[in-house]
Each structure stands twice: as structure tokens, then as C-alpha cells.
Design a protein around this ligand. Structure first.
Ligand SMILES: CC(C)(COP(=O)(O)OP(=O)(O)OC[C@H]1O[C@@H](n2cnc3c(N)ncnc32)[C@H](O)[C@@H]1OP(=O)(O)O)[C@@H](O)C(=O)NCCC(=O)NCCS
Length: 179
């Protein structure tokens, strides 16, 4: 398996055609059950996100075939990331962002027939390799097997969050990064 990290905006934009079918296949599975509308939203989101500060994409390729990918970015100082918590009041010194403090894992996906071989772990490690942030965060559906996977990767629960009214309830997780 070959792992490639992409931080250049133009190069990251070019990868979208390869990412889309992997995203579509992985998130069609339960509990996500995503369809064409969700894939279209992913495409639209990626087109914005790959231009934001701190963006990093890591691809896992085997003989040219994409087996998985992950990407993330830095939380902006104006972020609403720490709003919408249902079960906890987060102190201001925890939620304060300056554009560099926190890195977010936005997506992580490994094709079903490539799982259990260390690809997810290697993607995740490559994504964070060289990130200068103090901590890394993400949200995951509590019912997804990935929730336990992230715990295994050292993440701890912050609380339950609903990003907007009517949105699913996510588990918000965090992990300190070594300076
Ligand atoms: C989560 C995901 C990326 C993991 O990828 P993977 O390549 O199977 O993971 P790895 O093989 O690197 O697993 C690493 C470790 O986690 C363990 N593990 C695997 N699945 C696990 C699970 N559901 N719960 C807990 N641990 C798990 C493995 O046994 C392995 O342990 P080890 O390194 O100590 O031997 C993959 O399952 C996936 O794409 N899931 C669907 C998409 C998804 O839910 N993404 C997250 C959205 S927020």
C-alpha cells in the first residue's frame, strides 16, 4: 500500500474524481445509508474544504487503485464547532480557537474489502504526522463501528452534539497531540 499526503490546493482538488466513488461505496453502508444526494453534498463540501487553511488529504493506493482516504483541516477562530452540545457546557478556555489550536478529521474511509489490514491506522497516522495543532477532534455517529475504532486510536468523548436542529446526534471526540 502506498500512502500519499496532499496539501497543495490544486492537487487536492484534482483528487476529487478518485475520492467520490470510494466515499459513495463506504457511506452507502449502514449506519450511514447515504445516497446520491449525500454524495452530492460531499462533493460540494469537499470543494469548499480543500481550500481552507491547514487542509491535508492522505490517499492509500494499491497498484493505482484507491483503497481509502482521509482528510482534515484546522478549526478557524470563528468556528461553530464547539456549539450545539446537548449534554455538556464546555468552558470558554476549552472552546477558544485561534486557527491553529485544533485539527479536525473531516472524513476517513477505507473500502470494506481493505479493512482490518492496518490501512485506517496508517491513514490516520499520516494525516496527523507533522500537524502542529495542540489537539485533534472529530464527530462520529455513536452507532457506527468507527466510534469504537476512534477510541482505540486514543480519542475521548467530549459530549453529544447536534450541529443544527434536525441533524443527527454525533459523538464529539478529542485527542491531545504531542508538541
Ligand atoms: C474506521 C475505518 C476507517 C477503520 O479502517 P481499517 O483499515 O479497518 O482499520 P485498521 O485495520 O487500521 O484498524 C486498526 C485497529 O483497530 C481495530 N479495529 C478495527 N475495527 C474496529 C472497530 N470497529 N472497533 C474497534 N477497533 C477496531 C483493528 O483490530 C486494529 O487493531 P490493531 O492495530 O491494534 O491490531 C473503517 O472501518 C471504515 O472505513 N469504516 C467506514 C467508514 C467510517 O465509519 N468512517 C469514519 C467516519 S467518521
Amino acid at each position: 500500500m502506498e500512502y500519499t499526503t496532499v496539501t497543495d490546493t490544486v492537487a487536492a482538488g484534482r483528487e476529487l474524481d478518485d475520492l467520490a466513488p470510494v466515499y459513495e461505496a463506504v457511506f452507502a453502508e449502514p449506519p450511514y445509508l447515504e445516497g446520491p444526494r449525500d454524495v452530492a453534498e460531499f462533493l460540494e463540501r469537499y470543494q469548499r474544504e480543500h481550500k481552507t487553511p491547514g487542509f491535508r488529504l492522505v490517499l492509500a493506493r494499491d497498484g493505482g487503485e484507491l483503497a481509502g482516504f482521509t482528510y482534515g483541516l484546522s478549526l478557524a477562530s470563528t468556528t461553530g464547532w464547539w456549539s450545539g452540545f446537548l449534554d455538556t457546557d464546555l468552558p470558554e478556555d476549552f472552546t477558544l480557537e485561534d486557527g491553529r489550536r485544533t485539527f479536525v478529521v473531516m472524513e476517513l474511509a477505507v473500502l470494506a474489502d481493505r479493512r482490518g489490514q492496518g490501512v485506517g491506522r496508517a491513514l490516520h497516522a499520516a494525516l496527523l504526522d507533522g500537524v502542529a495543532a495542540e489537539r485533534v477532534t472529530l464527530t462520529v455517529l455513536p452507532e457506527a463501528p468507527a466510534a469504537a475504532w476512534y477510541e482505540r486510536m486514543g480519542y475521548q468523548l467530549v459530549g453529544l452534539t447536534q450541529p443544527w436542529p434536525g441533524a443527527p446526534v454525533y459523538r464529539s471526540m478529542i485527542k491531545p497531540l504531542q508538541p
